[in-house]
Design a protein around this ligand. Structure first.
Ligand code: URA
Length: 439
């Protein structure tokens, strides 16, 4: 039995900057998951780790111990590699939705276990909940069956997947210990490793609405995750992408589903398509299915153009219980929120700024995001027709269209949006979306 004194010794050791051996880490995760270690001691240990850090061997041991704290997916032998993507999250980031069916059509199996949003960033599961009838809570056997039969699934963690992370993250959230590179790395990768992947591509975002505000911080996190992913036997790469501006031209749960379907149908926004194709291309190269990134991009683009991923999307929806006729009826509507208001430029020139953080805050105030884990979400609200830096505008050009639950909420959003945009006479220099790849 793991005694209190031993755990205290571990806290003291980390407080003094000493390293843990893998056995200690496995024992502490096992005991904490079983409920034998009080939250106050774990919180103290997390704070010691926050200040003293962990080296790559300790972080690898922590990641594997967390992975093994619950269910790990196992799949029958199959020539199709198991792959996935993880994004650190941002405004309008809906890449997972079109990417999963595209990857399935490219010959991969995609067990995409996703999360919900907290704060201003939206979560993939919240977007999918906007689809009539769609089920995101699936048991392990159903996840495996769907991956084998359809090629892709997007669903939530089962109650018993990586329970150690659920408990530890809840403590980190309320003890100021979230922004620790080893803890973030172990948290993200333990969940991905529980999918039993061969290859993983990470989209690490930096900018005003990103978890990592600066590019160097995003690079540091990306490097740590790529190194650790490889150490744990998964071919891992990362792309660093700009999150100062929303991705695509729509943000808000249902509006993002609509834009994802447009992307699958070949008429989505260019930046969304670029990121979807890049993630697919990286995975083609990582699994040896393409020799160069350029060849891989061409193949992914051609696959999208066949229309097969759009059909695969419907197949995935049907497999997860969606009411397809109701979904298609909803797709044909211009809007599903009761009130729609346009915010216009009011002058001529070029958009020079479209601030993702402010737009994210506006969406949360409209009811589209969560203030606490328990907050209910309004799926229909959000912002679309978002103008992006470089767009040329006249006084009557719409910079954003607000979708709100009522007139007062729409007006409050309209009052805030001017702070998100800037229009100037000169065309701004283009800031690339994808700035770096960490291999
Ligand atoms: N996302 C996670 O899943 N874990 C973290 O620690 C941070 C972001």
């Amino acid at each position: 039995m793991w005694g209190k004194l031993n755990f205290l010794a571990l806290i003291e050791a980390k407080r003094e900057g000493r390293k843990f051996d893998p056995g200690d880490i496995h024992a502490l995760i096992r005991e904490f998951t079983a409920g034998s270690i009080p939250d106050y001691q774990m919180a103290a240990l997390l704070m010691a780790i926050y200040f003293r850090g962990m080296d790559s061997a300790e972080t690898a041991a922590l990641t594997l111990a967390m992975r093994d704290s619950g269910d790990v997916l196992t799949f029958p032998p199959d020539p199709r590699p198991l792959v996935d993507k993880h994004s650190t999250g941002g405004i309008g980031d809906k890449v997972s939705l079109p990417l999963a069916p595209l990857l399935a059509c490219l010959g991969f199996r995609v067990p995409m276990i996703s999360g919900r949003g907290l704060g201003i960033t939206g979560g993939t599961l919240d977007k999918l909940d906007a689809i009539p009838g769609f089920q995101t809570r699936l048991p392990v056997a159903a996840i495996v069956r769907q991956v084998q039969q359809v090629g892709c699934v997007i669903c939530g963690q089962t109650d018993n997947m990586v329970p150690a992370d659920k408990k530890i993250y809840a403590l980190r959230d309320v003890t100021g210990t979230v922004p620790s590179i080893p803890l973030i790395t172990a948290s993200i990768l333990s969940k991905k490793l529980a999918e039993n992947l061969q290859a993983l591509v990470l989209d690490v975002k930096f900018g005003s609405a990103a978890f990592m505000p600066s590019r160097p911080a995003a690079r540091q996190l990306a490097r740590a995750m790529v190194t650790l992913g490889r150490q744990c036997g998964v071919n891992t790469r990362a792309v660093l992408t700009n999150m100062n501006t929303p991705l695509g031209r729509a943000a808000g749960n249902w509006l993002e589903v609509k834009e994802s379907v447009a992307c699958l149908a070949g008429h989505g926004p260019a930046d969304l398509q670029e990121l979807v194709l890049t993630c697919a291309a990286q995975l083609l190269v990582q699994t040896g299915r393409a020799q160069t990134l350029r060849a891989a991009q061409t193949r992914a683009r051609a696959c999208l153009a066949t229309g097969a991923p759009r059909l695969k999307w419907d197949e995935m929806l049907a497999a997860q219980g969606a009411d397809l006729p109701a979904f298609h009826r909803k797709l044909s509507l211009d809007h599903t929120a009761p009130v729609v208001l346009e915010f216009k430029a009011g002058r001529s020139g070029y958009v020079t700024r479209c601030d993702a953080r402010i737009i994210g805050e506006v969406i949360r105030e409209l009811g589209g995001g969560r203030l606490t884990r328990e907050s209910a979400i309004n799926f229909d609200v959000g912002v679309d027709q978002i103008a992006k830096p470089g767009d040329q505008v006249t006084p009557t050009t719409v910079l954003a269209r607000i979708h709100a639950a009522d007139a007062a909420a729409a007006q409050a959003a309209l009052d805030r949006l001017p702070g998100a945009f800037a229009v100037a006479r000169r065309r701004p220099q283009k800031s690339p979306l994808l700035v770096e790849t960490i291999v």
